[in-house]
Design a protein around this ligand. Sequence first.
Ligand code: MV4
Length: 446
Amino acid sequence: MFSRILIANRGEIALRIIRACREMGIESVVVYSEADRGASYIELADQAICIGPASPAQSYLNIPAIISAAEVADVEAIHPGYGFLAENAHFAQICADCGITFIGPRPESMKMLGDKVAARAIAKKAHVPVVPGSEGKIKDEKEAIKLANKIGYPVIIKAAAGGGGRGMRVAHNDISLRNAFATAKNEAEAAFKDGTVYLEKYVVEPRHVEVQVMADKSGNVLHFFERDCSIQRRHQKLIEESPCPVLDEHTREELCKSAIKVIKEANYENAATVEFLLDRDKRFYFIEVNTRIQVEHPVTEMVTGVDLIKMQLKVAGGQNLNLRQKDIEHNGVAIECRINAEDPARNFAPCPGKVEKFILPGGMGVRVDTHISQGAMVSPHYDSMIAKLIVHRPTRGEAIITMKCALSEFRIEPIKTTIPICHKILSHNRYLQNKVDTSFIEQNIT
Ligand code: MV4
């Protein structure tokens, strides 16, 4: 196992990784920007190295600075967390070239699955259902219109380099498709320097369900069941839960097996999340693979009792998965609320500033993953997420009650947060009755 690793990230995920290292007897080296200097989580690492100014381009995305820190601290591996460089195949390759283990997939797998057209082809090859759509990329409007008329409207044009909703356009007829094709292509070109687009049938009112997977270097692949992440706003997840409350046992099994098939077909290693859309008839379709540990991984940790970060470290260090699929249990219900420093009254604009008051909730089945403490500064330079509140209870009803109580206990002042909106959602009849899809917030929450 590694004796020392570097954490190329900040905030709660950096702290989460520091804790896993400490439990495993691995020394942790955290890098930080000038804006994060003095943050309390940094003291919990064994070593801390400043890598540059606040702006991510000059610090957390600054590959030479991070590699220099890794060389100076003499680490054996780098954990990228999520965001920043986590899905940057170029960075993973540089780590390899420098003899540093990147704690994540090989650069080739990252590159391949980062291309959504290639990922779709892999899923198809693995006999996993994909949304009806183009064989590969769509080269012009004519081809798009021809295919749309074959599979039927509505359709969606997506960027091959996309993900997270950028470079997507829905079309309901030939005229809007011409427009959608051009805008999606331009947006993709501008955002990703790659204008490659593809076409899918538009799944109406889907739920977003994803499967947590882990693979070792020997090709063993395990799944850790699913998370339902349908409660989102503008492609930002707000509430996640496991199990998906509308899946029957048979469909769950097929879904999880499908995720494993995709990951095996890709000859993948380390943690991955395989994303699916679930339609109104409870049919699932593969959409993409996230090649990183995700924000919402604690939901899976609570219901399976498995520490996914430790497992990432173990498989990156060359250990084989020492669990059998049938030994992975799913117990009870876990729900996570993302607590973001955002002002609902200002259209959820980020609300940075000093945290004068910070009182954590607690009690049975309550977990808070946060790097914030009283007096902390929430920087305008980074993601607005300041805490994750996770509950784990025997049933969904109990989990919802515990979450609402914990949200009420949580005091963060004077900055505005998503605590009130989370509370509102958890009280909504449609949420309680599982009548939600990915447009729930926009359509039901004021
Ligand atoms: C879709 C879709 C409907 N049909 N694909 C959005 C983010 C990206 N990961 C995939 N997304 C979607 N793909 C087809 N064929 C609807 C969405 C979508 C969505 C998906 C998951 C969660 C929230 C969403 C919000 C709007 C649209």
